[in-house]
Design a protein. Structure first.
Length: 93
C-alpha cells in the first residue's frame, strides 16, 4: 500500500478551533483516510503539519489567514475525495 498526501488551501478563511475539528472529523469518516490535519496557515500551524509529516515543499504556499487541510490516505483518489468532500461550516450573515 502506498500512502499518499494531498492538500488544499482556502485563502483568507478564518475558522476557530471547534470549526477546524469538525472539518477534520468529516474527512476522517471516509474509508481509506488515514489521517487529517486542519489548521490555520500560521507559522505554528504549518510547523505542526511539518512535524507530523503532513506538509512538504510540494504543498501549496499558504499564509496566516489561510485554512490548510492535509490528508494522508491509502491512495490519491481517496485523498482527493476527502479534500473535495470536506465542508467548512457556514458563516451567519
Amino acid at each position: 500500500m502506498s500512502v499518499r498526501l494531498a492538500w488544499t488551501v482556502r485563502r483568507n478563511a478564518y475558522f476557530d478551533s471547534i470549526d477546524l475539528m469538525q472539518i477534520a472529523e468529516q474527512a476522517r469518516q471516509l474509508a481509506g483516510v488515514l489521517d487529517v490535519a486542519v489548521v490555520m496557515g500560521t507559522l505554528s500551524g504549518r510547523s505542526m503539519l511539518e512535524e507530523a509529516g503532513m506538509w512538504s515543499s510540494e504543498a501549496p504556499e499558504a499564509g496566516p489567514s489561510d485554512l490548510l487541510v492535509a490528508v494522508r490516505a491509502e491512495s490519491d483518489t481517496v485523498a482527493h475525495h476527502a479534500l473535495a468532500s470536506r465542508r467548512a461550516p457556514e458563516r451567519a450573515a
